[in-house]
Design a protein around this ligand. Structure first.
Ligand code: NOJ
Length: 549
C-alpha cells in the first residue's frame, strides 16, 4: 500500500515539482546563430503609457487624458495614465534600468501636449522641453542612444477638436511640432521615428471604440487619417534630410505594425489572396507609399474604389495623392521600424450585396480567426506564433526590396508577477525566428527593441495586462520597479550576443493557455491557488503514508 501511494505521489507531483523547482532546465533547441557585433538592442516605452504628470507644469490635455477621464467604462479597470509609472519624475531610474540591461538604445516618445500645450507652435512649454532635454542628456551620459518617437498616439485635444488626423490641416501642425523637436534635440538624437503604428491609430481611433478618441468615422475618416499621416511623414522626412541631418549616422524612419501576420485559412487560391490582400490593407497601406512602388497598393485602390461606388459615393473613400506628394513620400525613410506581435488566419469573403455597413473589413472582403492551438498571451489578440516573425521578415524583404529594418517593438503580455517564464521563452523563440530570417533569408535587420522596459498603461486594457521586463508596483506611490526573470535573461542575451542553446522550461502551472479565451488565461493568483491545492494534497498523502506506517 505504501509503495502504491508512493508511486501515485511521484506520478502526480514528480514531474510538476521538477518543472517548478528545476526551472533552469531547458527545452526546445534554439539555433546557433549569433548577433552581429554592430547589432543594436533596445527597449521601448511611450509617453502616455509611462510618464504620468498629466497636468503638471504646463502640460496640456491630450486625447487619452480626455478619453480616460470622460469614459472610464471604456478602460477595462477604469484606470488612467494620470500617474502611470511616474516616469516624469523617475526618468533617471528608467535610464538606470536601461543601463542595467546593457541596451544600446532607449526608444521613448515625446508628449506633444507637454511641449506644446495647445498643440500649436504659438506656445512652447519650457518645462516640457527641459524634461526631454534632461532625459536625453541622462541617456547619453550613460552611453545609451535615445531613439525618439514623435507621435505615439497622444494627440493634443485641441487638435482633435478640429477633427484630428482626419483633418488635412494636421499636416501643418505636425510639421511645426516636428521642426521644433529637430531644433531642440536634433544635435543629440540620431534615431527619429515620425509615427508609431499609424495603421492602428487610423483603424482603431477613427473606426471604432478601441483607441482614443474612438471616433467611428465609417471607413471614411480612417483613410483620411492615413492620408494626412503619410503626407506629414513625407514632409517631415524631407525637412530632416535637407536641414537637420547632422551626419550620415542620423536616421529617420516610421514604425509600422505587423499586429497580425496573415495566414491563409486554407490552401485555396481565394484564401491565399485574402491573406495577401489583408497584408496589403494593413501593412502595405503605409509601407507601399514609402518603401514600395510609391502609392497605395493597387489592390486597395481596386477594392475600396469598387465598394465606394457600390455604396453610392461619388469617388473612392480612399483619397488620392498628387504627383508631388507621391514623390515626397516615396523613399522617405532610412529604416523601416517594424512592430511584431501576433498572427491570424484570413479567409476570403464574397462581395457583400446586402449589407450597408461601411467598414474596412467589408472593403477587404476577408474574415479572420485564430488557430485554436496557438497559445494566447493575456491580450486576446496576442498569440505566440514565432514562425510568423520569420515569415513576416521574409515577406517584408521580398515585397519592399530588402529595406533596412529595425524591430521597434516585440513583446508579450501576462497578468503580472516577476517569475515571467513565458516572457523569457517568448523572447527566446521570437529572437530565434528573427535570427533565422537574418541568416537563412538574408533579411537586413540591424536592431531589436523589447516592448516594454517597464509594466505600463496598456491603453484600453489599463493596467490589467503587463508587458514589462521590470514590474512596477502601481499600488505604491513610489511606483517601485523590480526586475523580472525576463530582464535577467534579456540582459544575458545582450551580453553574450547569442541565445541559450535551448529554451527555458516553463513550470507547468505557469504555461500559457492554448484554446482559452482572455478571461481563462491563468492569472498569477490562480497559479498560487493551484500550488496551495497541490500542497494540501501532498500533505494528505503524506499523512496517509504515515498512518499506514
Ligand atoms: C503597440 C503599441 O505601440 C504599444 O503602445 C502597445 O503597448 C503595444 N503594442 C502592446 O499592445
Amino acid at each position: 500500500m505504501k509503495l502504491v501511494l508512493g508511486v501515485i505521489f511521484v506520478a502526480i507531483f514528480g514531474y510538476e515539482l521538477t518543472q517548478y523547482y528545476c526551472s533552469n532546465s531547458r527545452g526546445e533547441p534554439l539555433s546557433n546563430y549569433t548577433f552581429p557585433d554592430d547589432f543594436k538592442f533596445g527597449v521601448a516605452t511611450a509617453s502616455y503609457q509611462v510618464e504620468g504628470a498629466w497636468n503638471l507644469n504646463g502640460k496640456g490635455e491630450n486625447v487619452w487624458d480626455r478619453y480616460t477621464h470622460t469614459h472610464p467604462e471604456k478602460i477595462v479597470d477604469g484606470s488612467t495614465g494620470d500617474i502611470a509609472c511616474d516616469s516624469y519624475h523617475k526618468y533617471k531610474e528608467d535610464v538606470a534600468l536601461c543601463k542595467e540591461l546593457g541596451v544600446d538604445f532607449y526608444r521613448f516618445s515625446i508628449s506633444w501636449s507637454r511641449l506644446l500645450p495647445t498643440g500649436f507652435i504659438s506656445k512652447v512649454n519650457r518645462d516640457g522641453s527641459d524634461y526631454y532635454s534632461k532625459l536625453i542628456d541622462e541617456l547619453l551620459s550613460k552611453g545609451i542612444e535615445p531613439m525618439v518617437t514623435m507621435f505615439h498616439w497622444d494627440l493634443p485635444q485641441p487638435l482633435q477638436d478640429l477633427g484630428g488626423w482626419a483633418n488635412p490641416k494636421l499636416q501643418d501642425y505636425f510639421y511645426d511640432y516636428a521642426r521644433l523637436l529637430l531644433q531642440l534635440y536634433g544635435d543629440r538624437v540620431k534615431y527619429w521615428i515620425t509615427f508609431n503604428e499609424p495603421k492602428n491609430v487610423c483603424r482603431f481611433a477613427y473606426g471604432g471604440p478601441l483607441l482614443a478618441p474612438a471616433v467611428d468615422s465609417k471607413a471614411v475618416g480612417i483613410y483620411e487619417c492615413a492620408h494626412t499621416i503619410l503626407k506629414s511623414h513625407g514632409q517631415v522626412y524631407k525637412m530632416y534630410d535637407e536641414e537637420f541631418r547632422r551626419s550620415p549616422e542620423g536616421k529617420m524612419g516610421i514604425s509600422l505594425d505587423m499586429m497580425f501576420w496573415m495566414v491563409p485559412a486554407t490552401d485555396s487560391e481565394l484564401d491565399k489572396e485574402a491573406a495577401e490582400r489583408s497584408l496589403q490593407f494593413n501593412f502595405g497601406w503605409f509601407a507601399n507609399p514609402i518603401f514600395g512602388s510609391g502609392d497605395y497598393p493597387e489592390v486597395m485602390k481596386k477594392f475600396v474604389g469598387r465598394r465606394s461606388s457600390f455604396e453610392g459615393f461619388k469617388q473612392s473613400r480612399l483619397p488620392t495623392f498628387s504627383k508631388e506628394e507621391l514623390d515626397e513620400i516615396k523613399g522617405s525613410a532610412d529604416f523601416l521600424g517594424l512592430n511584431m506581435y501576433s498572427a491570424i488566419e484570413a479567409s476570403h469573403v464574397e462581395f457583400e450585396n446586402s449589407t450597408d455597413e461601411i467598414s474596412m473589413d467589408v472593403d477587404i472582403q476577408a474574415s479572420y480567426k485564430f488557430q485554436p492551438e496557438w497559445e494566447t498571451a493575456a491580450s486576446w489578440w496576442l498569440k505566440v506564433v514565432p514562425w510568423a516573425f520569420k515569415d513576416t521578415l521574409t515577406w517584408v524583404k521580398r515585397t519592399y526590396e530588402n529595406p533596412t529594418i529595425i524591430i521597434t517593438e516585440n513583446g508579450i503580455s501576462d497578468k503580472g508577477g516577476n517569475e515571467d517564464y513565458n516572457r523569457v521563452k517568448f523572447y527566446e523563440l521570437y529572437l530565434n525566428a528573427m535570427l533565422e530570417a537574418m541568416n537563412e533569408e538574408d533579411v537586413n535587420v540591424i536592431g531589436y527593441t523589447a516592448w516594454s522596459l517597464i509594466d505600463n498603461f496598456e491603453w484600453s486594457d489599463g493596467y490589467t495586462n503587463r508587458f514589462g521586463l521590470y514590474s512596477v508596483d502601481f499600488e505604491s506611490p513610489e511606483r517601485t520597479r523590480s526586475p523580472k526573470l525576463s530582464a535577467k535573461s534579456y540582459k544575458e542575451i545582450i551580453a553574450r550576443r547569442r541565445l541559450p542553446e535551448e529554451t527555458v522550461q516553463i513550470p507547468i502551472t505557469q504555461r500559457l493557455s492554448a484554446r482559452l479565451s482572455l478571461d481563462e488565461v491563468v492569472p498569477s493568483s490562480s497559479t498560487a491557488l493551484t500550488h496551495s491545492i497541490q500542497l494540501t494534497l501532498i500533505l494528505i498523502l503524506t499523512a496517509l503514508l504515515h498512518s499506514i506506517h
